[in-house]
Structures are given as structure tokens and as C-alpha cells.
Design a protein around this ligand. Sequence first.
Ligand SMILES: Cc1ncc(COP(=O)(O)O)c(C=O)c1O
Length: 411
Amino acid sequence: MGRDDVKFTAKLGDREHFPDLEPLVYCNHAAISPPSWPVRRAMQNAIADWGRRGSQAFGTYGAQRARLREKLARLIGASVEEIAFLPNTSSGVTAIALSFPWKRGDRVILFEGEFPANVTPWMRAGELFGVEPVFLPLSDFQESDERGLGRLAEELAKGARLVAVSAVQFRTGLRMPLGEMARLCHAHGAELFVDGIQATGAVPVDVRALGIDYWASGGHKWLMGPEGTGMLYVRKERVEALQPHVAGWLSHEDAVRFLLEGPGHMRYDRPFKKRAEVFEVGCINAIGLVGLEAAVDLVVELGVETIHAHVVRWGDAVEPGLVERGFTSLRAPEANRRSGILAVLPPKDIDVVALQRALLTRGISTAIPDGVLRFSPHWPNHVDEAEQVLLSTEDALAELRGAPRARSEDW
Ligand SMILES: Cc1ncc(COP(=O)(O)O)c(C=O)c1O
């Protein structure tokens, strides 16, 4: 059987489940999380099971997915029929962008500075359906929620069908005021789509309480699952209006009946499912979703609130030391607008590409999205890592200041 009966427990600040993780301080969960030992073990067991049983294993993993669907729904405050498994965030954005009941001349509000996954599909929908994309600057929200919401309200008043935003901004870590955004959208007859990948697992969310209409998230960042897994939440009241522009053989009700019940059941006109699952168009990443469940179990065991407080504390421990060393923090000053991401701009004389490399050689794994230095710890990181991070940063700065700037002659 593929089900792993060993019960693993997660402890905040404990890397026991990452026995061969090379960086001394892994703070790149906003990019890709390393799979923990429980995730690896669950996937290894599952693949061995498929290897032994072949298609006979299919039912086992159907039941596993039903369990996971319930866990993911609970994690974000949704109900089971509102969750679809998709391979990544982009598929969720694309599903809604192409299926939304657009009318020619509609407007969709996007944000300048968003991760491209939450822009490209809307632009494509714009081209295909005659929808006008309108970009608002994120800088207003960076300044204050009040200012950002004021600007959004002005734009919504001109008419828009949908607003697409990330729950947490990938570059700055800014946590967006989703509840207020949803209220504004609905007051103006628009809907709210949220790219939740930088939040799911490490920032508390309750999609129903917040009034969010759609939530897409990959599994390989803050959920700590494998790449190629993800989910889409579609608020059940929204399903009816969606056009099945993204559909496949499994989008139909009773889609597999013809494979199980003998002749006479194969039809092409069965109705489409009236739930999020309509977007599960074909066979999916069964093994990956086994890994995702093992990852989600650890997150659920610790609790998203607890994880969030932990990663914010890690940021609190590192941020002042970076500022002292000449970095400019992009973190919001207010606690309720912070996430697991601590992003800083390096001192002016420092090349961020070279700095990231210098940090990695010292065992500190970071990312440099669009030129910021981004730290993204998760539950296995210990707050005491702050000292190591700051000493390594100081050392890296000293090396870079004594060496020619990286890349200057590379291109
Ligand atoms: C805000 C945001 N959306 C989406 C993605 C990734 O999208 P996908 O899951 O489709 O690869 C990332 C990072 O890779 C991201 O930071």
C-alpha cells in the first residue's frame, strides 16, 4: 500500500526532517521548498506501490486525493467542492482568465510589479475576448493600505469585472488587504482573483470570510510540497457563470463510467461538472499529490498561525542587522502587512547577483527576484540563524568590496 502509516511530527526551528539539505541556512521557501523526509518517503512509497500494482493502485490514490482535497479546503476556509487540483498557480489563473464570462470591452484590473504568472493569462484573455487590462501601481499599497484601496476604489468606480492580485507580493513580501479588496470589488460589481502561492501554508487565510472569489496556488513554496502540484479554489456561487473554455474528458460528470461499467456508457455530451473540479481536465500528478499531502500534514500539525508568527519573528531577528549594514528593508512596518518574506535592497555599491552568490558559498540560500535580496524562512528555520545570516552577510560584503563587481564584463 502507498499510504505511509508512520506519523511524523514537525517542530518549529528543527531541521531534523531535512537531513541532507546542504545550505546551512535555507531561506528560499518563497522560491522552491526542499521536500522534507516525510514528503520524500511518502512519494517513494507511492511510486513503489504503483510499480507493484500498476493500474490497480488507481483507486487507492483516488481516495488519497479525496482526503487531500478536504485538508486543502480546510486549510484555506473553503468547502471540498470548491477545490480543484491543478499542476501550478498558472493553470489556475489561466483556467479562470479563459473561462470568465467576459463581454467585449470589459476591464480587468492588474498590478504593475506583480509576478508574471498573474499577468500573462489576463493579457491573453484580453486579446482573445476584447478585455482591457488596466494596471495600477503596487507602490500605493506599499505606502499604505488606505492609499492603495483608495486608488483601487477610484478605478473600480470606472467599471471593471475583475481584480487580480497576489495575496503576498513576491518581491517585497507585502501582504495585501484581501478582505477590503474583496469588499470594494463586490460593491462595484467586480470579482476578486487571488494568486495565493506566496501565502498558502504560512499566512493565515479564510477565503470565505474574506470574500475571495478565486484562489490559485502551487504546492512547492509555503506548502512545502513538490513542484507540479497545486490547487484552485472557485467560490461555489461563481461556478455557474463560468464558461467551460478549459475542459477535457474528466471535466464531465460520470467521466470514467465508460471505463468501468461495460459498453453503452461512452458519451461526449455529459454535462460539465458544476464545481471547481471541472478544471481537472485529465489525469493528474498522483505521486506529487501524495507528497503534497505529507507536506500539508506537517503544516496543519503546526498550524498556519503559528508558522506565520515564527517566520515573522525570524524576519524581526534579521532585519535590523541588515539595515545597520546599509540594506534598505522593503518590509511593511505594520505587523499585519508582513508575511514570510523579508526583502531588502543591498547597499548601492553592492551587486545583488554577486551578493547572492557570495551568500550561497557561505551556506545561506536566498533569492534575488527583480534585484531585491529575498529571505524566506519557514517552520524548519531557527530564529537563532539570524546571527549566522548577519555574520555571513558582513563577510560577503567585505569580500565584494575588495573584489571587482560580478558580471560587469560577462555580457
Ligand atoms: C506570486 C507568484 N505567483 C506564481 C508563481 C509561480 O507560478 P507557478 O506555480 O505557475 O509556477 C510565483 C513564483 O514562482 C509567485 O511568486
